[in-house]
Design a protein around this ligand. Structure first.
Ligand SMILES: Nc1ncnc2c1ncn2[C@@H]1O[C@H](COP(=O)(O)OP(=O)(O)O)[C@@H](O)[C@H]1O
Ligand SMILES: CC(=O)N[C@@H](CCC(=O)OP(=O)(O)O)C(=O)O
Length: 294
């Protein structure tokens, strides 16, 4: 048997392995959060776009929510400002908000839209302002005491998501690509952490899966080992002993909220692995950390 022949058989086996997954996810919605840290390598970005197109073509409805933290930091430093984060949230004054909106709604959103379209998909880029889709309210962080609230500026939490626009796009076979900018009562922009938007969107759309793609193999313990499954009790312990910090805090909290709200499968996966999305959705290969409701 030639090596080519074996390669062919293996390739066919991998394709065939996808069938039960395609059957069970066809017609279902998968919310994919594409983190700014997973977006740095051009080849990986192309791979991500191809995976999204492929999911759509096999009948799954991918909805992309993207971040762009490092990309915002780049533009901030070009105008002489330094990004500052508290509990994984960017301190956002008025000037920073302008830059956040420009980078997320402009540069990053349109780059992802273009890449998906280049590979044969029909992506439509939106921010939460479009159609009044993501209503935001001002977020305060918890301070040192129960009563102590920390004001970090124009940072929002999701008050409400109107699912109609996304549903409309899905029905017409477009792929929604959403930047995490929300709109306040007076039309003002709010900077919302992309993990929070993705989690709430998965819940509102009754998604089958929420996949948070980041730049680590998943959630790691103190020795750097991958934790493949996490329960609420385990998560509490990891927050308490400081194993989870920075950007992992909003990620884990929105993952847990989504699982508790009934999203059947919630995963934090490594966006630096080529075709991580296809591996997670269409194969038996377990990647990353699964977050369970109990
Ligand atoms: N226990 C942990 N396991 C993995 N990553 C962690 C952990 N605690 C903190 N982190 C940090 O969280 C980061 C991911 O969050 P973030 O930087 O916001 O990425 P993204 O842009 O993908 O949302 C990781 O790069 C890592 O530095
Ligand atoms: C409030 C807040 O922190 N907003 C984030 C929004 C972008 C984001 O979430 O990007 P990543 O997914 O790449 O981290 C920020 O300004 O960086």
């Amino acid at each position: 048997m030639s090596t080519n022949h074996i390669g062919g058989q293996e390739k066919a086996a991998i394709l065939a392995e996808a069938l039960p997954y395609i059957r069970s996810f066809a017609g279902k919605t998968v919310v994919v959060k594409y983190g700014g840290n997973a977006m740095t390598d051009p080849a990986l970005k192309e791979g991500f776009a191809r995976d999204v197109v492929m999911l759509k073509l096999v009948g799954i409805n991918p909805v992309v929510v993207h971040g762009g933290g490092p990309q915002i930091n780049d533009l901030l430093s070009r105008v002489g400002k330094q990004g500052e984060f508290i509990q994984g949230m960017r301190v956002t004054d008025a000037e920073t908000m302008d830059i956040v909106e420009m980078v997320l709604g402009g540069l990053v959103n349109k780059e992802i839209v273009s890449l998906i379209n280049k590979h044969g998909g029909r992506a439509v880029g939106l921010t939460g302002k479009d159609g009044g889709m993501i209503k935001a309210s001002k977020m305060f962080l918890k301070g040192a005491t129960q009563e102590d609230l920390v004001d970090i500026g124009q940072v929002g939490e999701v008050a409400e998501i109107d699912p109609e626009l996304v549903a409309l796009l899905d029905t017409a076979d477009f792929i929604p690509v959403i930047a995490p900018v929300g709109v306040g009562e007076n039309g003002e922009a709010y900077n919302i952490n992309a993990d929070l938007v993705a989690g709430k969107l998965a819940e509102t759309l009754n998604a089958e899966k929420l996949i948070l793609m980041t730049n680590t193999p998943g959630v790691l313990d103190k020795s750097g080992n991958l934790l493949t499954g996490l329960t609420p009790a385990k998560i509490d312990a990891l927050v308490e002993d400081g194993t989870l910090s920075g950007g992992m805090l909003p990620k884990i909290s929105s993952a847990l909220d989504a699982a508790r709200a009934g999203v059947p499968s919630v995963h934090i996966i490594d966006g630096r692995v080529k075709h991580a999305l296809l591996l997670e959705i269409l194969t038996d290969v377990g990647v990353g950390t699964m977050i369970r409701a109990k």
